[in-house]
Write a protein that binds this ligand. Structure first.
Ligand code: TMP
Length: 211
């Protein structure tokens, strides 16, 4: 039985996921809610090894789109079984830096795998498991990528063209708007305004849980 809650932060590169996660940590700490943090791809030793492969831009052998898709879900399967579900079952909450919505947006939107393929792989991996709350930080790719570039070297996926990220954002937005458990936050606002919006979304969720 799942007793903890799973809160996921989503967005393209440079949207401000790390700051949003710090804000969520502060809210949970204020309410004395125990939690762990995870990131995807990654979060277990094997999943972190898969992360290295999908993020590395220096492959002598080109990574196919199909391999990329399958590695994302392989990593998610390891993380779900070995960290997320055990934590939730013990009553510990989980803050996820990305989850399935990332695959829907990047592989489904960006790489243009069709919904039938995405649904089939997601069903095999997740068996209907979904986050309790998703905070999607929405930002124009031009702005997000400029922020990511300012941080340093770009990884394999960050080297994609702007049209790729436009498709990723469009898919994120359409799926987020159709989901009752996803909050869309305008990440182009000032840091303080984004911080306030994230706090409000998570506070409302925690209050709802506490009845
Ligand atoms: P990041 O978490 O440091 O932003 O890096 C993860 C990269 O992997 C990022 O470019 C998004 C990408 N990604 C996918 O393409 N599909 C996925 O399912 C996940 C979790 C990440």
């Amino acid at each position: 039985m799942k007793k903890g809650k799973f809160i996921v932060v989503e967005g393209i590169e440079g949207a401000g996921k790390s700051s949003a996660i710090s804000v969520i940590e502060a809210v949970l700490n204020r309410h004395n809610i125990p939690f762990i943090k995870t990131r995807e791809p990654g979060g277990t030793p094997l999943a972190e090894a898969l992360r290295e492969i999908v993020k590395s831009a220096s492959h002598e052998e080109k990574l196919t789109q199909e391999t990329e898709l399958l590695l994302m879900y392989a990593s998610r399967s390891q993380l779900l079984a070995n960290r997320i579900l055990p934590a939730l079952e013990s009553g510990t909450w989980v803050i996820g830096d990305r989850h399935d919505l990332s695959s829907r947006a990047y592989q489904g939107g960006g790489r243009q795998f069709d919904d039938g393929i995405m649904d089939a792989i997601a069903n095999v991996t997740l068996k209907g498991f979904t986050p309790d709350l998703t905070v999607y930080l929405d930002i124009a790719p031009e702005l997000g990528l400029a922020r990511a570039q300012a941080r340093g070297e770009l990884d394999r996926i960050e080297l994609e063209k702007i049209e790729f990220f436009q498709r990723v954002r469009d898919k994120y937005l359409s799926l987020a708007q159709a989901s009752e458990t996803t909050n869309v936050i305008d990440a182009s606002q000032s840091m303080q305004a984004v911080h306030n919006d994230v706090t409000a979304a998570v506070e409302a969720f925690v209050s709802g849980m506490q009845g």
